[in-house]
Design a protein around this ligand. Structure first.
Ligand code: KIV
Ligand code: NA
Length: 264
């Protein structure tokens, strides 16, 4: 199986073939999603609130996310593995960003990195690209800036559309090979996708993007509670695991497991 590379993704955009991306935080999800043909596996900082038990993505550190990245990179044979730079690990300076990104590639085995921000991150993006780090930008709603944006809110509405377009063009000019757009109006995301040469990947950004990304724990129903409007549930892994755990517990309590068949 040939590894997905940035030029494959560019070719997909050119021929109008949609690109798929899912988060993965461990070896088995990486193995399964790779087998399913997902082109990009994002070891998201969403591991903070999907693996580590935090409420948001803000607390996760580079040292916490690196081993998860390594696990996914060791396992995925075809997918491009995306390291997601944690809050505070790249915003201080292009130099800080470069050193962090290199850790994700050397220690984590990532093939590229993703970072949040638009025009203001252009110097960071060009520093990384010049230093051999392929970059995916992330604009629109950027979860690491939840507290400056005033909560989970749609970005790029009305007059905000101009800023979104400017951010998209700025990250392309800076050398990013793709851009994630989160929670933006579908028509604006479609316009960005048409104007840009680089790949656009939507999450809550409508059908006009070149690709889509979802957090796997949302999409396959392992997380409980209220989901954002943009999440479609494709499986109910939570009830499968819950039923399995209950059946196991019932067998053990009843003394029916282990039976002769499962004993030496
Ligand atoms: O960390 C993450 O899961 C992400 C996606 C929502 C794009 O950044
Ligand atoms: Na993220």
């Amino acid at each position: 199986i040939k590894r997905i590379r940035t030029h494959h993704l560019a070719e997909m955009k050119a021929r109008g073939e949609k690109v798929t991306m899912l988060t993965a935080y461990d070896m088995y999800t990486a193995e399964i999603f790779d087998e399913a043909g997902i082109e990009l596996l994002l070891v998201g900082d969403s591991a903070s609130n999907n693996v580590l038990g935090n409420e948001t993505s803000l607390p996760i550190t580079v040292d916490e996310l690196l081993p998860l990245t390594r696990a996914v990179a060791r396992t995925a044979k075809r997918a491009m593995v995306v390291g997601d730079l944690p809050f505070g690990s790249y915003q201080a300076s292009p130099e800080q960003a470069y050193l962090t990104a290199v850790r994700f590639m050397k220690e984590g085995g990532a093939h590229c990195v993703k970072l949040e921000g638009g025009a203001e991150m252009a110097p960071v993006i060009s520093k990384l690209v010049q230093g051999g780090v392929p970059v995916i930008a992330h604009i629109g709603f950027t979860p690491q800036s939840e507290h400056t944006l005033g909560g989970y809110r749609i970005q790029g509405r009305g007059a905000g559309a101009e800023k979104l377009l400017a951010d998209a063009h700025a990250v392309q000019e800076a050398g990013a090979f793709a851009v994630v757009m989160e929670m933006v109006p579908a028509d604006v995301a479609e316009q960005v996708s048409k104007e840009l040469d680089i790949l656009t990947i939507g999450i809550g950004a409508g059908a006009g993007c070149d690709g889509q990304v979802l957090v796997w724990t949302d999409a396959f129903g392992i997380r409980s509670g209220r989901m954002p409007k943009f999440v479609k549930q494709y499986a109910d892994v939570r009830s499968v695991l819950l039923d399995g755990a209950k059946a196991y517990a019932a067998d053990v309590k009843a003394g029916t497991f282990p039976d002769a068949e499962h004993s030496f």
